[in-house]
Design a binder for this molecule. Structure first.
Ligand code: OGA
Ligand code: MN
Length: 302
């Protein structure tokens, strides 16, 4: 059946389908989805029956190498035994809801800050693919903001001023703003990475403000001045006209371009309702050619 995109917002985000992504292997269809990502920045696929292995395999077919140096991996062992599969749930290894003051819960609360995935690493994240296994009967939504539209709406003189600047991103910083404490050893592993503040996304040629709550300074600027500018840019880019709110259904796979968008989780009664989502993120590296990808997929396969 032909793949179609149905826009869900005036600026970005589309519902894509009908497709069972576990079965999509041909380059022509994968290219159509990539083109959709360049146009919309966020794609929503409903009713995806992924197992964890199929989720990992699809991410590699679609976009190449996987991000495995997550922030949480410095704190705790991955529940699934694979650091490329990030646990976005409020459940422990027995499926029980995490205690109020569980350190994993405290750390995950940082996802409620506006951010892009893996901007504290180099290479950073490109596409994130979040799959919903269990969703609460209440909100527990995720919001996305279009950083291309946000860039386009900046005054021209400010666009000029920002060109060529770089920001330092650290996940330890964004967590510390919430009062989360790291040991010296953990902090040492989470020093972060430096990335351009303005990015051009190759597939669309569009520019975006590459921001996250992880960004704590602009290189070469006095720290407070950089921090104020970053804060202003996040405030600007997350105004209601740039924001789409996703209400999850079980089986949804949402793919977003971390170069073009920011996102954040919304609060819900996470001590009362179970929520189980799993994320795979690819690295912003040149996409390997098909033959190289086949080998990589076999390696993760099981
Ligand atoms: C993520 C994330 C927010 C949410 O998966 O990267 O930030 O709503 N999730 O769970
Ligand atoms: Mn995230």
């Amino acid at each position: 059946m032909a793949l179609t995109f149905h826009p869900l917002h005036a600026l970005f985000v589309a519902e894509a389908g009908p497709l069972d992504l576990t079965q999509v292997r041909d380059e022509a269809t994968l290219d159509q989805i990539r083109a959709g990502m360049d146009q919309y920045g966020v794609l929503v696929f409903h009713d995806q029956p992924f197992t964890d292995a199929e989720h990992l395999a699809f991410a590699q077919r679609f976009d190449g190498e996987l991000h495995a140096k997550t922030g949480i991996s410095t704190l705790t062992k991955n529940k699934f035994g694979n650091e490329a599969l990030t646990d976005i749930s409020n459940l422990d290894e027995n499926g029980d809801i995490l205690d109020t003051d569980d350190r994993r819960r405290m750390y995950q609360l940082g996802n409620r800050l506006w951010h892009t995935d893996a901007s504290f690493q180099d290479p950073p994240g490109r596409y994130s693919m979040l799959h919903a296994k269990i969703v609460p009967p209440v909100g527990a939504d995720t919001e996305f903001a279009d950083m291309r539209a946000a860039y386009d709406a900046l005054p021209e003189d400010l666009q000029g001023q920002l060109e060529g600047l770089q920001a330092h991103h650290s996940i330890a910083y964004s967590r510390q703003t919430l009062g989360f404490e790291f040991s010296a050893e953990e902090a040492e592993k989470l020093k972060g990475a430096v990335h351009p503040l303005i990015r051009t996304i190759p597939g669309s040629g569009r520019k975006s403000t590459y921001l996250a709550s992880h960004a704590f300074m602009i290189i070469g600027w006095p720290v407070p001045e950089g921090r104020l500018m970053l804060r202003d840019l996040i405030d600007h880019g997350t105004q209601p006209q740039f924001v789409y709110r996703h209400h999850w259904r079980v089986g949804d796979l949402v793919i977003w371009d971390n170069r073009a968008t920011m996102h954040r989780g919304r609060p819900f009664e996470d001590r009362k309702y179970r929520r189980d989502l799993r994320r795979v993120t690819t690295l912003d590296l040149p996409r390997p050619v098909l033959s190289e990808r086949k080998g990589a997929e076999a390696a993760v396969g099981a």
